[in-house]
Ligand binder design. Structure first.
Ligand code: AMP
Length: 502
């Protein structure tokens, strides 16, 4: 079967009101759990994938986060476990590329199996010895569903207490991301540990040839295909674009934070280094922000994610590690300080906001070098996003000429000829902090627009008002426990003055 979304149609959160979960013939306790978490009707990916999986077929699904794809595999997996006679050993194994996604899937299982007695545990790397032992104990005690990142799972498998030979359903989530992250051979090793007849489900946000080849190696030859590829960002995401020079990005970001109505914001950067730089500069400007990337200690990552989801602090500066799959309630803003390398990552990034039919704002900064990349995003989403003029005081913006040769960009007004046409990721940091290579600094004169140091000009008021904080979610010590994870929306953290968007 090939269910193909109409090109350009936003399937993001259209539920199919003609189908009920009870139409799938699911177990009573599972239906009770689904209703309990507030799902009334299946989303299109669920309507298409659940019957295929329930029929025991292998599946290759193109589905992005935000479409309800987690429940599309969790629901039939839990149903299978409820029907499974053989109760010993791990019965379902879900592999995910990132720790955050593993935890999130585990939480989804928690909700979707609340009344069923099905157990799950998430295991992932980067945590301390105590956490490793906790994971080991959970596996030894026995669990129905194991959600794991590939590297950590192999570590456990190499120690004799853990065994996935009894797995009946293997799910590979975000398969394209896993291949990009170099997990191919780890997945093959894990697959080889599974002994009996297994059903395999592969979910991927994109479907390049390498994923189809991979599917042919892993899935049964007669596998089914379901496709809900989003060629459009979430409908409720208001998109804005600023064309600017690299050295205007920080000032514009500070301006937006100061003037826009931000409840919570993820600032996406193209590298860990840049995330660290922007984070440092934001702290220097008295902004309560935290940084999130793969070099951050795992315990800290879990803590940061929990606090950010609870709205305990408003801003996270992150790499694309957060662009896939992370479900954050009421994320009001996404700012891409760099255009993502891959056009489809744009849809992923801005899909962090306006989830589940809500609204949000997605702003992208496009420097001269990234103009062509941005044009390919506009081509992908099939529309031109209006270019918002820079706010007063930020200086003049370059023209948007994406198809002009940018190797020798035109001179900037008021700028020395050998100055700053091609942006260096470190330049802004050096300029604003006074740190860095003093020899090089001599070759890069001061910014051409007249303004003071960003600290003076854009010192925003504190946006960390403790009165606005939500009651924190209890910490989840890796083993699933039953709790309500849907906090109420917080009051606004910043008063709206004017909107920088058109
Ligand atoms: P996902 O694509 O799995 O990341 O899911 C996106 C969001 O949709 C999550 O917050 C889910 O809880 C929610 N969701 C998934 N399926 C449904 C459904 N059938 N009805 C309502 N919400 C859903």
């Amino acid at each position: 079967m090939q269910v193909q979304a109409e090109p350009g149609f936003n399937y993001n959160f259209m539920q199919n009101s003609e189908i009920n979960f009870s139409d799938f013939g699911l177990e009573e306790s599972l239906i009770e759990s689904i209703i309990g978490i507030g799902y009334n009707n299946p989303t299109p990916i669920q309507a298409a994938a659940i019957p295929v999986i329930l029929a025991g077929k292998d599946l290759l699904a193109t589905a992005q986060t935000g479409t309800g794809k987690t429940a599309a595999f969790v629901i039939p997996v839990v149903n299978h476990l409820l029907k499974s006679k053989e109760k010993h050993g791990i019965k379902a194994l879900i592999i995910s590329p990132t720790r955050e996604l593993a935890l999130q899937i585990d939480q989804a299982i928690d909700g979707l199996s609340y009344h069923t007695g099905v157990s799950s545990v998430a295991i992932f790397g980067g945590s301390d010895k105590q956490e490793f032992d906790r994971q080991m104990n959970a596996i030894q005690r026995g669990v129905d569903i194991l959600v794991a990142t590939p590297g950590r799972l192999l570590q456990h498998l190499n120690l004799s207490y853990s065994d996935v030979s009894s797995v009946e359903i293997l799910v590979l989530d975000e398969a394209d991301k896993m291949l990009d992250m170099g997990f191919f051979s780890d997945i093959i090793k894990i697959k080889n540990e599974i002994l009996g007849e297994r059903q395999t489900l592969m979910f991927s946000a994109t479907m390049p040839q390498k994923i189809i080849d991979f599917a042919r190696q892993i899935l049964k030859p007669e596998f089914e295909r379901v496709s809900f590829k989003l060629s459009q960002p979430a409908e409720g995401a208001k998109q804005a674009v600023y064309i600017l020079h690299e050295d205007q990005k920080l000032k514009l970001l500070l301006h937006i934070i100061k003037h826009d109505e931000i409840e919570s914001l993820i600032v996406f950067t193209s590298s860990k280094l840049k995330a660290d730089e922007f984070h440092a500069l934001m702290l220097k400007n008295n902004i309560n922000a935290h940084v999130f990337h793969s070099d951050i200690d795992q315990d800290q990552r879990i803590d940061l994610m929990r606090k950010f989801k609870n709205k305990e602090f408003p801003i996270l500066v992150a790499t694309d590690i957060l662009s896939r799959g992370i479900d954050i309630d009421n994320l009001s803003h996404v700012v891409n300080v760099d255009v993502p390398h891959d056009a489809e990552d744009y849809i992923h990034r801005i899909g962090r906001t306006a989830r589940s039919g809500r609204t949000g704002v997605a702003i992208t900064f496009v420097n001269e070098r990234d103009q062509r990349k941005f044009a390919s995003i506009e081509k992908l989403i099939g529309k031109t996003i209006p270019k918002t003029p820079l706010p007063e005081g930020l200086g003049s913006a370059p023209e948007y000429l994406p198809y002009q040769d940018k190797r020798r960009p035109p001179k900037r007004q008021g700028t020395n000829s050998n100055s700053r046409n091609i942006a260096s990721p470190n330049r802004e940091f050096r300029e604003n902090t006074g740190k860095g290579n003093s020899k090089n600094r001599n070759h890069h004169p001061a910014p051409p627009y007249e303004h003071n140091h960003p600290e003076k000009q854009f010192a925003p008021k504190s946006i960390d008002n403790p009165k606005n904080r939500r009651k924190p979610l209890p910490e989840k010590p890796n083993r699933v426990h039953k709790e309500n994870t849907s906090p109420t929306p917080p009051p606004k953290l910043i008063k709206k003055k004017d909107k920088p968007m058109e």
